[in-house]
Design a protein around this ligand. Structure first.
Ligand code: SAH
Ligand code: SF4
Ligand code: F3S
Length: 490
């Protein structure tokens, strides 16, 4: 099904809705009703102003948030706003992240700027959603000091966006709707994909792991898996619509399916997705080492579509710290797991997340982390300075580490992961790799950028008509973390 056909189907549904009737109770029909109602309100305002209304979605945080933003965009387009990239738009929404304090501060900083824009454009609607809004102290602060915000909602009721827009447009006050948790998953709402040829697909929501430093379980709620049939149906539609690569999304995809009425494993889900004709590549994130099964390794080994890349967050190399982090694996178990994966899939690229400066981390603990980095030889690693999150067990732990000590360890770790990453990244020089062509190079329009199975990028000369296609490229030269290449003739 192509994009226009999908739109027509939704149009047909909206056409049949009678706004003089009360709103339906069941979803997603209720949201379709409010979409139509919002469209009326937007049209009216456009007439009054004599110009089209615009919107801008700003996304902070992880891929889960990026996917949610596509849903926000889908709704805003459906009700008649036009997308622009500037925050001078008539409807600006921030989809926030709170995993580390600096993500949080950025939002407050930018809100001040939005306020100045709103003074010039009194019709402007400002909305905030996402993980940060699930924290009561944030909402309190917004109520007190940021009363110009029109709409605040959280992660659990994002499917109600259409309804909330109507409420906000009709009421002159700040509308706040935050749910503590939910067991609900609403399917079949519109979304607008950023890329035509690849797409994120949620397979589960929430997290049950409660790593002691992490706020995600508190702001994303308990783990809920989508029905495998709904996932396969969504991917089939995406493929019919031109998508070649999907990224399956969840905080811990390895525990997928455990809470379904008919439990299935993540590996079994992958086998089902592999069967979808026309789909060329499957990626997923994130894998928690504690639940990564032999079954999954076997499926990856035998798969033609699953990409040769695994993101396997380490967090720390010290077994003592890992225990306090509540990660449920130790240094040895992690190293054994990596050996098993490399034995089954030798060309796999391994990437990771590491936290420096967790409370009580000693120089010895830190050297254990450096040791794992040297032993595993990650292709790349995201390194984070520990950030204290109110409400998590680690926030009240004794022995928070002084900034200067953390900074010194962080610099040493970063230098090490970069040095190893450069060496690892260059190992395919001289080979021919299949790439999915993603875009024209920003700096040089004669170049295209393609993504390899192992997630590295290669730049090569080519015509933009190739964007969205799988082609073979010879890797001529590695420049740090990317390649320069030449397409091979088919
Ligand atoms: N569910 C994923 C991680 C999601 S958060 C997993 O378990 O792997 C992404 C990364 O942010 C984490 O892997 C961790 O390295 C980092 N992170 C989470 N909480 C943090 C904190 N309080 N301070 C610093 N980094 C943090
Ligand atoms: Fe956070 Fe741990 Fe859940 Fe990942 S698995 S989201 S780090 S609590
Ligand atoms: Fe941030 Fe929420 Fe993702 S806290 S990392 S946006 S799940």
């Amino acid at each position: 099904m192509n994009e226009s056909k999908k739109k027509n189907e939704l149009e047909a549904v909206l056409d049949r809705i009678d706004l003089s009737q009360p709103e339906p109770a069941e979803e997603p029909m209720r949201q379709y009703y409010f979409m139509k109602k919002a469209r009326e309100l937007v049209e009216k305002q456009q007439k009054e102003l004599g110009r089209p209304l615009t919107f801008c979605v700003v996304t902070f945080g992880c891929q889960m948030n990026a996917r949610d933003s596509e849903k926000l965009t889908g709704v805003l387009e459906e009700i008649g706003y036009q997308e622009i990239q500037e925050e001078t738009a008539d409807f600006v929404i921030y989809n926030t992240c709170t995993v580390r304090e600096n993500a949080n501060q950025r939002v407050y900083g930018r809100l001040g700027y939005l306020h100045s824009l709103k003074k010039k454009n009194p019709h402007m609607m400002i909305a905030l959603c996402g993980c940060m809004m699930q924290e009561p102290h944030v909402v309190e602060k917004l109520k007190k000091s940021y009363s110009f915000v029109n709409l605040i909602f959280g992660t659990h009721n994002i499917y109600k966006f259409s309804e909330l827009i109507v409420t906000a447009l009709l009421s002159g006050r700040m509308v706040i709707d935050i749910w503590k948790d939910t067991d609900k998953i609403v399917e079949d709402l519109p979304s607008e994909r950023k890329y035509s040829f690849k797409s994120g697909v949620n397979i589960m929501f929430g997290c049950n792991n409660f790593c002691s430093y992490c706020i995600v379980p508190y702001v994303r709620g308990r783990e809920r898996s989508r029905n495998p049939k709904d996932i396969v149906r969504e991917i089939e539609k995406l493929v019919a619509d031109g998508v070649k690569e999907v990224m399956l999304l969840g905080q811990n995809v390895n525990s997928y399916g455990k809470n379904l009425e008919e439990p299935i494993t993540f590996a079994q889900l992958l086998l089902e997705i592999e069967k979808i004709e026309g789909l060329e590549r499957i990626r997923f994130m994130t894998s928690h080492p504690k639940d990564l099964s032999d079954e999954l390794i076997a499926v990856m080994k035998n798969s033609k579509k699953i990409c040769r890349h695994l993101h396997l967050p380490l967090q720390s190399g010290s077994s003592r710290i890992l225990k306090i982090m509540n990660r449920h694996y130790d240094k040895e178990k992690y190293l054994t797991l990596v050996e098993k994966i490399r034995a089954a899939v030798p060309d796999i690229s391994l990437t990771t997340d590491i936290i420096v400066g967790f409370p009580g981390e000693t120089e010895e603990d830190f050297l254990e982390t450096m040791d794992v980095v040297e032993k595993v030889r990650f292709d790349s690693a995201f390194t984070f300075i520990y950030s204290k999150r109110t409400g998590t067990p680690a926030a009240v732990m004794q022995d928070q580490i002084p900034e200067a000590v953390i900074k010194d360890r962080f610099d040493r770790l970063l230098a090490k992961v970069q040095e190893i990453g450069r060496e690892m990244s260059s190992r395919d020089t001289g080979t021919i790799q299949e790439v999915l062509v993603e875009e024209q190079n920003e700096h040089d329009p004669h170049l295209l950028t393609g993504r390899m199975s192992n997630n590295l990028l290669v730049h090569f000369p080519g015509d933009p008509s190739l964007i969205g296609q799988m082609i073979s490229v010879h890797l001529d030269e590695c420049r740090g973390f990317y390649y320069m290449g030449t397409p091979t003739k088919a």
